[in-house]
Write a protein that binds this ligand. Sequence first.
Ligand code: AMP
Length: 187
Amino acid sequence: MRLVIMGPPGAGKGTQADGLATRLGIPHISTGDIFRANVTQGTPLGIEAKRYMDAGEYVPDGVTNAMVRDRLSQDDCRPGFLLDGYPRTLEQVGELDEMLKSDGLAVDRAVELTVVVDEVVTRLLKRAQEQGRADDTEDVIRRRLEVYAEQTAPLTAVYESRGILVRVDGMGTVDEVTARLLIALGA
Ligand code: AMP
């Protein structure tokens, strides 16, 4: 299964993707996690990415695409993968298609986690207190939600037109949402 999970910041994507990937026996690939690991290690990629992340903006497509291409070429992705936080722009959608097409593959399913925006801001502020993420301040959260609405939400239409989009209600407990996801994916 080659899956993409989408949804605004704070929708619980990371948590759900983790559980789902374990359940399906495929790697969970979070571009946000990979960027954060690079920031922590102080790599050139991390130094470049941090400028954008701290402002709530997207890291440039060229940088992000190269990173994903490299990750997807690794052996553990052969049976499939769950991409979390990628693609986020139309250009990334096209790039992902190209990466897979060269091996005769395609995205099988895209899942959109839907949420109530006010609820999401509350969740993110709570996470800011618990984890101290640099991009979880109120201003940056609002900017991230705006960027999502402008640049990423429209992408669901692309997957919808291909007939591979499933929408899942992301409100509720972690277990409730996991159960809905498994049903929606027929897993
Ligand atoms: P996330 O953990 O998915 O919320 O991502 C945190 C931040 O990493 C985002 O706000 C962006 O700055 C950056 N990022 C993650 N994935 C991407 C992507 N596909 N394209 C551009 N920037 C990304």
